[in-house]
Design a protein around this ligand. Structure first.
Ligand SMILES: [Zn+2]
Ligand SMILES: [Zn+2]
Length: 375
């Protein structure tokens, strides 16, 4: 399988002021390229950035959220790489495309894996594919390995890893120092990460990943017959992620039954062990939620409305106290009663009589007209 998307093309040969020029590889992540630059000069990453930007504690921050123009200019001068190419190796452009502002002082930004930094130590936020490292001339981290919807490598059809398989520490390439010269080494124990074994990718999670990449590159996504702007599609996906997490906490609820009927494997999902936000979850836990979200998106708005009606869900159940609902969800919520109709049993979803087909068709036709006016 080939990569579905290239985030940036990298650079060819460069005229650098550093003794060893280090071109940017295609899709390489900015901060880890800087580590590669430092190690290639036989220097500690901290020393290199101290020379570049004195008084800026780069490694306590999330450099990949974007670098200010004046600092990028310094990097351009030293590296011989155009500022626009350096900026394209950060997450800034993608974050803007999906409608996520990325101020440096906010700990968790939607859809960007959180580093959980404490001084120079990190608790996560970066993934890798051992097989990609194995085929790289000089192993490098990819930009997309910081995105929360990325959980597998579609080149190798393998799940990504976010820890060293030998010592279980999160990968922290910025803590490597000479004589280590390559990035495929665990900074905590020195293990060669190329030797780690990756599980096969989850098909559902990979399908979601490919769709989400396409939505970023095309500028729009689909929900049923509706076309959504990229920002709206990611807002909708995030809404479904939230619904799944609510449903998993109470797997016998009407909401859980509704999501099961739409294709989500609620019984197969477990509540997060840590209860952390989505961007802080380990890669395996995220994959389960992403696969479920893909199912809910694929079911489309008409089936969501029909199923919610059939199970007598109230508007409050789908609203979940959110003030900023995705536009198509808002219309479905408005079509639901404020109070749930009483039911004899929560668990026997197969026995629930749906609303008469004519009633659902009428409601759906009304909603379609309304949605078309909005979209
Ligand atoms: Zn790979
Ligand atoms: Zn290790």
């Amino acid at each position: 399988m080939v990569a579905s998307h290239t985030w940036h093309p990298g650079t060819g040969r460069i005229a650098s002021r550093w003794p060893v020029p280090v071109p940017l590889e295609a899709d390489e992540l900015l901060s880890t390229w800087l580590v590669r630059v430092a190690l290639s000069q036989g220097c500690d990453p901290l020393a290199l950035t101290g020379e570049l930007w004195p008084k800026w504690r780069v490694w306590t921050l999330d450099l990949d959220r974007g670098v200010a123009t004046e600092r990028l200019r310094i990097l351009e001068r030293m590296s011989g790489i155009d500022m626009s190419a350096l900026d394209a190796a950060s997450l800034r452009t993608i974050a803007m495309a999906i409608g996520t502002a990325v101020p440096g002082d906010v700990a968790v930004v939607p859809w960007i894996l959180a580093l959980g930094s404490r001084n120079r130590q990190r608790h996560g936020g970066l993934q890798y594919c051992p097989q990609c490292f194995g085929t790289d001339k000089s192993p490098f981290y990819r930009l997309q390995w910081r995105l929360a919807w990325h959980n597998c490598c579609h080149v190798h059809s393998a799940a990504l890893l976010d820890r060293c398989c030998h010592c279980a520490a999160p990968v922290e390439p910025h803590r490597l120092s000479p004589p280590t010269g390559l990035l495929n080494v665990c900074s905590s124990c020195g293990y060669d990460l190329r030797a780690c074994h990756a599980m096969a990718a989850d098909a559902g999670a990979m399908a979601f990943q490919i769709t989400a990449d396409d939505v970023v590159s095309c500028g729009y996504g689909k929900y049923g017959e509706f076309t959504l702007a990229t920002t709206e599609w990611f807002l909708l996906s995030r809404y479904f992620l939230m619904l799944l997490r609510v449903a998993i906490r109470n797997s016998s609820s009407n909401l859980a039954s509704c999501l099961v009927m739409l294709g989500a494997d609620i019984p197969g999902m477990r509540p997060s062990l840590t209860g952390l936000g989505f961007e802080l979850l380990p890669v395996g836990e995220r994959a389960v939620f992403l696969a479920g979200t893909g199912k809910l998106l694929a079911a489309g708005p008409k089936r969501l409305l029909e199923t919610a009606q059939a199970l007598s869900l109230s508007s409050a159940t789908l609203r979940q106290c959110l003030s900023n609902l995705p536009v198509h969800i808002r219309d479905i919520v408005d079509a639901l009663p404020k109070q749930s109709r009483s039911r004899k049993s929560n668990s026997k979803t197969a026995e629930i009589a749906p609303l008469p087909r004519q009633t659902v068709t009428r409601i759906w036709a009304r909603l379609q007209r309304k949605m078309r006016r909005i979209s």
